[in-house]
Design a protein around this ligand. Structure first.
Ligand code: HEM
Length: 118
């Protein structure tokens, strides 16, 4: 099975993203970044990206990670907070730990694009 299958396909990934959105809304460290965000768009684009990155049948149609995040002054603590939120969302949706770790490993390469390097 692909990682996409192990995450529960489109339904599983949508559920993970919805759990994350709930968590972000009540997370003091993260909410400030999303105050002006179109959450419908964010939800759709993040589902697409997680589907593509896990070898699912999707193509990401959003903006480049660098473009989207570079003006936000995101630091390591914000990145870690989002990862914590993602792990909690995967736990909540009964994703096995192996699949959780595989997804996290595939997101690591985005780190330099999301954190401004100066
Ligand atoms: C691996 C790490 C990350 C990935 C894969 C990721 C992915 C994405 C994606 C796919 C979008 C939608 C882009 C679009 O609308 O075209 C987005 C937007 C956004 N991301 Fe991230 N992100 C990451 C890290 C972070 C972090 C650490 C923060 C802040 C704590 C953050 C804050 C945001 C915000 C606020 C938006 C919405 C921007 C807007 O309002 O237009 N992201 N991200």
């Amino acid at each position: 099975p692909t990682l996409y299958d192990r995450l529960g396909k489109n339904q599983g990934i949508s559920d993970i993203v919805d759990s994350m959105l709930y968590d972000i809304a009540s997370n003091e460290k993260l909410i400030e970044f999303f105050i002006e965000t179109d959450l419908d768009r964010f939800r759709t684009k993040l589902i697409e990206m997680l589907c593509e990155v896990s070898d699912g049948p999707c193509e990401y149609t959003g903006d480049s990670m660098k473009q989207v995040h570079e003006s936000m002054a995101i630091d390591k603590s914000h990145f870690d907070a989002l990862v914590t939120s993602l792990v909690a969302a995967m736990d909540e949706n009964n994703v096995e730990v192996g699949a959780q770790n595989d997804l996290l490993a595939r997101l690591v390469p985005y780190y330099p694009e999301v954190i401004p390097s100066n």
